[in-house]
Design a binder for this molecule. Structure first.
Ligand SMILES: [Fe+2]
Length: 264
């Protein structure tokens, strides 16, 4: 199956070791380490110090270049531009996600149910469906074109790998279309989707295969914007580089909300 068919059918595709991407990564790593160590980013360290969430902390520009580094390019970027038709999308600042042994440790303010969901269900979620207020109700507040994952360190497959429920993008897209049918896009953000989201997530847990991805530096993967995904717990025998299991995620926002809802 080619990359596009795999992406369309399963909701993701993998790109093998790519010398162009590896050169970008090598030139970008000093900025990655600096962003993890920066005092202004210390608040991203969570779950008893086992996960640095690092949302949008990489100081890259709209070409994906950090100061002094090259623009982001390679086979995955070609795929995004040529097959996903995302040609003019400026790159957002990348998330720098760092996991350490023992993830997830309990965190202040987290209920037992919340911890169990992180531990046993990989904190499964759809990007952009944000929880708000003390009741943690869900609203669609962000629209990303896709997710591009770029590992930055070596790690074994049990070191909190990325989790995807294959084929879930089709179930989620059908649910979103039904939920927002007849509603103007600028009103979507005001609709409380909590209950039907939880129901569709239960259906996905039952019907879709859960797989884990553990690509290595120089490789990458692209995930469909509607896929249910998460991050697995750290297995006791897992190992990673001294810096931890570091993965960079680009999730450029889009402005065409109708296309975000309806396009394949
Ligand atoms: Fe996510």
């Amino acid at each position: 199956m080619n990359s596009f068919d795999h992406y369309t059918q399963k909701g993701w595709c993998h790109f093998p070791t790519d010398a162009v991407l590896h050169r970008w990564l090598d030139a970008t790593l000093p900025a990655v380490w600096a962003s993890i160590a920066a005092p202004e980013n210390a608040h991203w360290l969570r779950y008893g110090g086992t996960w640095f969430a690092g949302v949008n902390v990489l100081p890259n520009d709209a070409t994906g270049a950090v100061p002094g580094g090259p623009a982001l390019s390679g086979t995955a970027v070609d795929f995004i531009q040529d097959r996903l038709n995302c040609r003019d999308l400026p790159w957002d600042r990348a998330q720098v996600s760092v996991c350490h042994p023992g993830y997830p440790q309990p965190m202040a303010g987290e209920t037992a149910a919340m911890h169990a969901f992180r531990q046993d269900r990989d904190a499964a979620h759809i990007d952009g469906l944000l929880k708000e207020g003390p009741q943690r109700r869900r609203y669609l507040r962000e629209y990303h074109g896709f997710l591009l994952g770029i590992p930055a360190t070596d790690y074994t497959p049990g070191a909190s790998p990325f989790v995807i429920w294959e084929g879930s993008h089709r179930i989620i897209q059908a649910w979103l279309k039904e939920t927002f049918a007849g509603v103007a896009p600028d009103e979507w953000r005001n609709i409380d989707v909590t209950d039907s989201y939880q129901a569709v997530r239960r259906k996905i847990f039952k019907d879709c295969p859960r797989i884990t991805l553990a690509p290595q530096p120089g490789q990458s993967f692209v995930m469909h914007r509607h896929c249910l995904h998460g991050m697995a717990k750290w297995e006791p025998d897992a190992r990673a580089a001294p810096q931890g299991r570091v993965i960079l995620y680009f999730r450029p926002p889009v402005t065409d909300l109708t296309g975000w809802l309806n396009n394949a």
